[in-house]
Design a protein around this ligand. Structure first.
Ligand SMILES: Cc1cc2nc3c(=O)[nH]c(=O)nc-3n(C[C@H](O)[C@H](O)[C@H](O)COP(=O)(O)OP(=O)(O)OC[C@H]3O[C@@H](n4cnc5c(N)ncnc54)[C@H](O)[C@@H]3O)c2cc1C
Length: 263
């Protein structure tokens, strides 16, 4: 099967060229792998000469261009609270090429950055001007493809945001599970958002656990109810990294460690 490569001067023009059989290329860390494996689901690759890799404070949030790489995130002071996430994505080569935009489309066991963005209630900005909350973007991701130009993340303190990547091969292995937490409140938890990666086809929120944490102390008895329901609504699968059973068994253990971690 032949594969054509089309280059457009702007993101807008590139976005108009994306369709059922055409894929936009970011850093290519996953797309070129698919090409090499002979993926038959597309036969056109779309490139834009215009790439937005800027990261800047904007109002209460931080706007990250979809073309920003993990290395760009690590070099940005404004995105400092996301450094623990970007730092554990692949090795140096992947971090230098892999983009934030591409991570939003990465299937399990990848998508660590997308997991963090889900916990942080980020907004995804599409090339057609539409803005979508991360959660609805992820739920429609595999049905309707569009070009992502940026994400905007609420600026949070390093105390409020926690992230853990659990992998068997360190330091570069894929996630057996990833957990991102956004906790608000001092002493008592006023609001909690919890996202799990690799516990479903896309990153998913643990909504029952979020609810069970509301108004509770960050202590072992305070979080017990949340741990008991933390897998409700998640859809882990069996894969070469772990079985679904194992993932469900260890999820409360890892969530507990992250919640009680001292800051
Ligand atoms: C060895 C290796 C290790 C890895 N380790 C990790 C890891 O630890 N954690 C992790 O999360 N990921 C990991 N990945 C996956 C991948 O590198 C990252 O998810 C990366 O962020 C993908 O970005 P990319 O720009 O390379 O995507 P690409 O390969 O360019 O694209 C991937 C998909 O996203 C689409 N896409 C890309 N950008 C956009 C956009 N702006 N708008 C619309 N669609 C877009 C493409 O069309 C394609 O379908 C790893 C990959 C490899 C090869």
């Amino acid at each position: 099967m032949s594969l054509s490569v089309e280059t457009y001067p702007t993101l807008r023009e590139a976005s108009q060229a994306i369709g059922d059989r055409a894929r936009y290329i970011g850093g290519g860390t996953l797309l070129m792998r698919a090409v090499n494996y002979g993926d038959q689901s597309f036969d056109r690759i779309v490139i834009s000469r215009e790439i937005d890799r800027t990261i800047r404070n904007e109002g209460q949030g931080v706007r990250i261009g979809a073309g920003a790489t993990m290395a760009d995130v690590l070099a940005s002071r404004d995105a400092g609270f996301l450094h623990p996430v970007a730092r554990v994505i692949g090795g140096p080569a992947v971090r230098n090429m892999g983009t934030v935009g591409g991570n939003l489309f990465a299937a399990a066991p990848f998508g660590d950055f997308a997991t963090a963005l889900l916990a942080l209630d980020a907004t995804v900005q599409m090339a057609d001007g539409q803005n979508q909350p991360m959660e609805s973007f992820l739920s429609g991701r595999d049905r309707a493809r569009g070009l992502v130009v940026a994400v905007t993340v609420p600026r949070v303190s390093e105390r409020e945001f926690r992230f853990a990547k659990i992998s068997r091969v360190k330091p570069k292995g894929a996630s057996m599970m990833a957990i991102a937490l956004w906790l608000r409140g001092s002493g008592r938890i006023d609001e909690a958002r919890i996202a799990f990666g690799t516990m479903g086809p896309t990153p998913l929120r643990a909504k029952a656990a979020e609810q069970a944490l509301r108004g509770r102390d960050l202590t072992e008895p305070g979080i017990a109810a949340a741990l008991a329901v933390c897998c409700d609504g998640l859809q882990p699968a069996d894969d070469p990294l772990a079985t679904a059973w194992y993932r469900r068994a260890v999820a409360p253990v890892h969530l507990k460690r992250l919640l009680l971690e001292t800051r």
